[in-house]
Ligand binder design. Structure first.
Ligand code: PHE
Length: 467
């Protein structure tokens, strides 16, 4: 990458801002909306354990690699890959990491914005009193009415896209930096309030048992792939969001500790969200843990609508989801926007508008997949399910695998060691070997087993090769 691209770059004013920005990216709908419902669909405990194992043995090592690449390249993921490939004379095919990330970010944001729009819609429902005293039938009807109204979903999808673009266009330190410094602490406070509320009124022991009692017999190949994919999704890994934030990180901040903080906070929020949501689910017989994407929206209003003070807490809850989604969405589109700005072919304002419009248009597919397009399916998945599967379960793990191989095998060991600046030689070696061997093999294997299970392709299953 040429020097001129460096000019458009600012640096986060402190390591703490990086931690908050990366945590803001990591903590989002993935933690609060997706984690509970996929844990519910996949039977709870065993799934949660596999997900935690994936975070620890794959997510964290790959995240360190991704931050390192970003800080070394100091530009958008596309240009960072150009620079790194140039530096070490690797084949140009490695540029694919950057481009695939841009594409994955755009596809994810397209449906992410629609779901965030649901949360805004529910926030307004709370204020308008429509949820007061609602029963199971009423809550299902309310959710169904929203799904049956493309106009409603498109309106709030539009509102959320505008919110995202507003912060993205305002720029890196003025926009993102300032936004996360306000949003992240607010989020934590809201979550603690909610958790206390749930412990008070819900069935807390049942929730703990569900999330932490491990029964491996309920675990399928596809559940393991979902857990792996979710580890990438929830940590914002494998598509350049963390890379682009890493590029704004001060040169001497310790990467390892910083990554551990971010991953720890993300996991904490997911578990807190699960522990806040499932007590309410189990206290209401009308609600099943395996509801699917509607879990939050069908079940929680029943609880909020019928509990003392539920209206206030419901409002807080949906505000919390919106805020968390907002600080993630800006990082989904940042790789694309930063790339276009660096090429000097567009200003931040113009590229924000271009990519915002693109995501908005693509999001219409998700809106329609809950109604008119429900039966249009690819590999048995509707538009939303396909977009989610393709990105979370294929593109992000593949991106992560390529990053692991790139940093583990292609980048010069001494450069990597210097950049990481880890005191302990043992930990450095351990991390490097996990990155070189364990992570790539595990990602490849889990993906093959998952695909074999989901699409009924027995030849892809490594287990079946050995009888
Ligand atoms: N990590 C975000 C969440 O959990 C989603 C995300 C994925 C954001 C990939 C950026 C990149 O909601």
């Amino acid at each position: 990458m040429s020097d001129e691209a460096g000019e458009v770059h600012e640096t986060w004013n402190s390591r703490w801002t990086f931690i908050m920005a990366a945590t803001g990216s990591a903590v989002g709908l993935g933690n609060i909306w997706k984690f509970p419902y996929i844990a519910g669909e996949n039977g709870g405990g065993a799934f949660v354990l596999v997900y935690l194992a994936c975070i620890l043995t794959i997510g964290i090592p790959v995240m360190i690699a991704e931050v390192l690449m970003g800080r070394w390249g100091r530009s958008s993921p596309v240009h960072t890959m150009y620079k790194l490939v140039d530096d070490i004379k690797a084949p140009r095919i490695w540029h694919g990491i950057g481009w695939m990330g841009v594409a994955a970010g755009i596809i994810i944001l397209s449906y992410y914005s629609v779901i965030a729009g649901w949360a805004i819609h529910y926030l307004i429902q709370m204020i308008s009193g429509n949820i007061q005293g609602i029963d199971g039938q009423g809550a299902s009807d309310l959710f169904a009415a929203m799904l049956a109204s493309p106009a409603t979903m498109i309106s709030f999808h539009t509102v959320f896209m505008l919110m995202t673009m507003f912060v993205v266009i305002a720029g890196v330190t003025k926009g993102l930096g300032k936004a996360v410094r306000i949003l992240m602490p607010l989020l934590m406070v809201m979550l603690i309030v909610l958790l206390l509320f749930s412990i008070g009124v819900g069935d807390f022991p049942a929730a703990v048992k569900y999330l932490f009692a491990v029964d491996f017999s309920s675990l399928s190949g596809s559940a393991i792939l979902t857990a792996l994919g979710h580890a990438f999704f929830t940590l914002s890994l494998g598509m350049g969001a963390i890379m682009v934030y890493g590029s704004y990180m001060p040169a001497h901040a310790p990467i390892g500790k910083t990554v551990l903080t971010v991953a720890g906070l993300d996991t904490l929020v997911a578990l807190m969200a699960g522990l806040a949501i499932f007590p309410i689910v189990f206290a209401n017989e009308a609600i099943a843990p395996g509801e699917g994407p509607g879990l939050l929206f069908v079940s929680l209003p029943i609880a909020f609508g019928n509990m003392p003070g539920g209206f206030v807490f419901g409002f807080v809850f949906f505000a919390l989801i919106t805020v968390a989604a907002w600080s993630s969405s800006i990082s989904l589109v940042e790789p694309a926007v930063a790339w276009l700005v660096e090429t000097k072919k567009a200003t931040r304002l113009q590229s924000g508008i271009i990519f915002g419009l693109l995501c908005w248009l693509l999001g219409l597919g998700t809106v329609l997949s809950f109604g008119a397009w429900e039966d249009i399916r690819l590999l048995g998945l509707n538009f939303f399910e396909f977009a989610d599967f393709l990105t979370a379960n294929i593109m992000l793990p593949l991106g992560g695998l390529l990053m692991a191989v790139f940093v583990g095998w292609k980048m010069h060991k001494e450069i990597v060691r210097r950049e990481l600046d880890i005191d302990s030689d043992f930990i450095f070696k351990l991390w490097r070997w996990i990155l070189r061997v364990f992570s790539p093999v595990a990602i490849l294997w889990v993906t093959m087993e998952g695909l074999s299970h989901i699409f009924g392709w027995p030849w892809l299953s490594v287990l079946s090769w050995f009888g």
